[in-house]
Design a protein around this ligand. Structure first.
Ligand SMILES: [Zn+2]
Length: 430
């Protein structure tokens, strides 16, 4: 005991008395906080402690922080939420997005983009979810939630056409068993001219306690009516992803004759249907997005549909998708809202996507770079942008997990200081 006291005395003499009074793990100073859920859009400081948001207010004393982040001239937002991703990477030959080589290992692509929560969009189904959980969800820094595919095996290429493996009861059972992780049901890629897969996905969502479905309206020949989808088959709160897609085998939201959003789309939005970007490889076309946004039709949520293909093509990453909507005239506030509190609400996890005191400390520090940037879609249509979002720093569960330019000081939390703080908390300062 005596030895410990000597050690602490020696430590405090070295570090100085100011450090002993530190009450926060991190203080983020001088950034412009945009927290749409809490209606904050102003220069504020943010303090983080014990993995939680401790304080958001003007002028928090930087001496209170073990690490201090200089965010002057930057934007401080809740950690971004990307609700359409494919994270079930693996080594099974020909399994594509289900334990195959088209999925990504999320931590390598999320944290450096300010993304702290992803929703895997149906890569796994009820049969394969436990494998996905063990090999990806449980070992990632990124918070991974999941939509269960209505297909029991998940997104295993041509297998997705197998109507016999679309079991609403088993899907709902597994969704309920893992209700902290499974936030909805996914239907994707089905090519038959048949409503059964949609209806089974909705049935699974209802049986699982009223969780939403996300529909990637595959492509049938002839295309199924999206008016019928929105008004007759989906429930309020269900999500239409790839909302700015324009493929021959799918009906799309902008009428190419009039170049206007079809009137029933507004009716659907009034009914509570959610329009999500799900950018993907070929699921975003400026020929849809330009006329739609010109008349003020913006997405409820911005998401990437990131996989090995899309991330190396026009989509790139979450911040590039967000930059595209800034360029299309969406305000920065609304872009942040569509990437934080809106998706949190859509997946019924409103504890996420905000900077409320007591919330998990998931934070993105972003800057807007001025310059000449080219944005394009998969058809080769290109627009020029003069501003681009860039991730400066990411905090996940109260720890700095990415820092582009070393704006945290010190860059790494010193162990000695952490030790003295622990001692302070235990009252062992004398
Ligand atoms: Zn997808």
């Amino acid at each position: 005991m005596l030895k410990n006291i000597f050690l602490l005395l020696a430590l405090s003499a070295v570090i100085g008395p100011a450090c002993m009074a530190q009450s926060y793990d991190i203080v983020i100073k001088g950034g412009h906080v945009i927290d749409p859920k809490n209606d904050i859009d102003a220069v504020m400081d943010v303090a983080v402690d014990g993995g939680k948001i401790a304080l958001v207010q003007k002028n928090i004393d930087p001496k209170q922080g073990i690490q201090v982040v200089d965010a002057k001239g930057m934007y401080v937002t809740p950690g971004l939420i990307d609700i359409h991703t494919h994270d079930f990477y693996g080594t099974q030959p020909d399994h594509q997005y289900e334990d195959g080589n088209l999925g990504i290992s999320p931590d390598g692509f999320t944290l450096r983009n300010g993304v702290t929560t992803v929703v895997d969009a149906g890569s796994s189904g009820w049969r394969t979810f436990p494998t996905f959980k063990a090999q990806t969800i449980d070992v990632s820094k990124t918070r991974i939630l999941a939509l269960l595919n209505i297909v029991g095996e998940g997104m295993r290429g041509g297998y997705e056409q197998n109507l016999n493996d679309m079991d609403p009861k088993m899907t709902a059972l597994v969704a309920r068993r893992y209700k902290d992780i499974v936030v909805g049901i996914k239907l994707a890629h089905y090519e038959g001219h048949d409503w059964a897969p949609t209806d089974r996905a909705v049935e699974a969502g209802t049986l699982a306690g009223g969780i939403p479905v996300m529909i990637d309206f595959g492509g049938s020949n002839p295309p199924l009516s999206i008016e019928e989808l929105f008004m007759k088959h989906l429930r309020p709160g269900d999500i239409f992803t790839h909302c700015f897609g324009q493929l021959g085998s799918r009906e799309y939201i902008v009428d190419l004759q009039t170049n206007k959003v079809k009137p029933f789309v507004y009716e659907a939005r009034k009914r509570g249907i959610i329009f999500d970007v799900g950018y993907g490889g070929i699921s975003f076309a400026y020929s849809q997005a330009l006329p739609a946004t010109k008349e003020g039709f913006f997405p409820n949520s911005i998401s990437t549909d990131i996989h090995v293909g899309s991330m190396n093509d026009a989509m790139k990453d979450m911040l590039t998708c967000m930059t595209k909507f800034l360029q299309l005239g969406m305000s920065l506030h609304d872009v942040i809202q569509a990437s934080t509190s809106n998706p949190a609400k859509e997946i019924k996890h409103e504890e996420l996507g905000n900077l409320s005191v007591g919330a998990d400390a998931d934070i993105a520090v972003l800057s807007i770079r001025d310059g000449k940037f080219g944005l394009f879609d998969y058809t080769g249509y290109k627009v020029e942008a003069s501003k681009k979002l860039e991730c400066e720093l990411t905090v996940r569960a109260g720890k700095i997990v990415y820092d582009l330019n070393g704006i945290a000081s010190p860059v790494y939390p010193p162990k000695k200081v952490a030790l003295s703080k622990q001692a302070t908390l235990k009252g062992e300062t004398h």
